[in-house]
Design a protein around this ligand. Structure first.
Ligand code: NAD
Length: 318
């Protein structure tokens, strides 16, 4: 397959690129190396596969519809995996306009470019944040997702709705994958596991918001990549799919696991809850298992150990 992968230089995109190249696919990676976090990290990510004969890197913006249509045509892409986004719930609260522009208008630009060249196969990243503070636990794909708590969640839900419109109007086959807090080597530096690990190694206090009972269904990157590849293989019609880890754990439990893996005790700086944060994310994976054969295999203890090993070798020892 020849796949246009938007956001190829990012955390999930770089892992997916490595996997798809190793499986024999041709990847056209598009990324604008934005400065939401250090673009130097993204350059390091792409260095891993930049020279691969089946990889082409294009530096550009998903909001540039002419560029996208040109790439799809020139490389005769048969599938698009759309990961590029303005990420981060808290950032979106402070900068809603850029979040909506990239995530909603950017997705629209991609859909239009695909329509223009007659390409109808799309796997795209959505987010567990679309469920808001749903009282029905665990979250199922057909639960209400119309009460977003942040511009980011709103933008991800809007992108899903746009994709559904293109499925309805033009027969696009689309899988919207609702990722649940992904972690592992190369995780975005502002995400909790990365931040806490940096603080532990730096002997600095860890700031925890709320009372430590907020919980997340953390997903190891290996499982996320598996979910995306399964979705590509089974792409048919319009699907919303939860791609999560095996079970949620609380913030306090997460810190205990990190303390164990790093071998240091954390000093906690307790702060009130942040606006936009949800209390709990918990994925019901029954539908994803039935539909695409997805189920996570990396338990949180093992995933945290792998992450900390990578962090020690790649960040602390450098
Ligand atoms: N990491 C998670 O826990 C998580 C959870 C839920 C959903 N997601 C979604 O998964 C996707 C990938 O997330 P990630 O954690 O790898 O983030 P990331 O920021 O590491 O990767 C996103 C990439 O998109 C690129 N990008 C941003 N705006 C762009 C634009 N306008 N044009 C072209 N490229 C652009 C960035 O430079 C970056 O390399 C995103 O859509 C995100 O919303 C991630």
């Amino acid at each position: 397959m020849t796949i246009l992968l938007t956001g190829a230089a990012g955390f999930i995109g770089s892992h997916l690129t490595e996997y798809l190249l190793s499986a024999g696919h041709t990847i056209i990676g598009l990324d604008n190396f934005d400065n939401q976090y250090d673009p130097g990290r993204k350059q390091v990510n792409v260095r891993l596969f930049k020279q691969h004969t089946n990889f082409t890197l294009i530096e550009g913006d998903i909001r540039d519809q002419t560029l996208l249509a040109g790439i799809l045509k020139r490389y005769a892409c048969d599938t698009v995996v759309h990961l590029a986004a303005r990420t981060g719930v808290r950032d979106s609260v402070h900068e809603p306009a850029v979040c909506i522009d990239v995530n909603v208008n950017g997705t629209l630009s991609l859909l239009e470019a695909m329509k223009k060249v007659g390409l109808k196969r799309l796997v795209m990243a959505s987010s567990s944040s679309v469920y808001g503070n749903s009282s029905v636990v665990p979250f199922q794909e057909n639960d209400d997702a119309n009460r977003p708590l942040s511009p980011y969640a709103m933008s991800k839900r809007s992108a899903e709705l746009l994709a559904h419109t293109y499925h309805h109007l033009y027969g696009f086959n689309v899988a919207c994958l609702r990722f649940f807090t992904v972690y592992g080597p190369r995780q975005r530096p502002e995400m909790a596991i990365s931040r806490f690990t940096a603080k532990l190694y730096g002997d600095q206090p860890i700031t925890l918001y709320g009372d430590g009972t907020t919980s997340r269904n953390y997903t190891y990157i290996y499982d996320t990549v598996l979910g995306i590849t399964r979705a590509i293989e089974h792409l048919n019609g319009f699907e919303l799919l939860n791609i999560g880890g095996s079970a949620p754990i609380s913030l306090r439990e997460l810190v205990v696991l990190l303390e164990k893996a790093v071998g240091r005790k954390a000093v906690i700086d307790w702060q009130p809850n942040q606006p936009g944060d949800v209390y709990l994310t918990s994925a019901d994976l029954t539908y994803a298992k039935t539909k695409i054969g997805y189920f996570p295999s990396v338990q949180i203890e093992e995933g945290i150990n792998r992450f900390v090993r990578w962090y020690y070798q790649s960040v602390v020892c450098l």
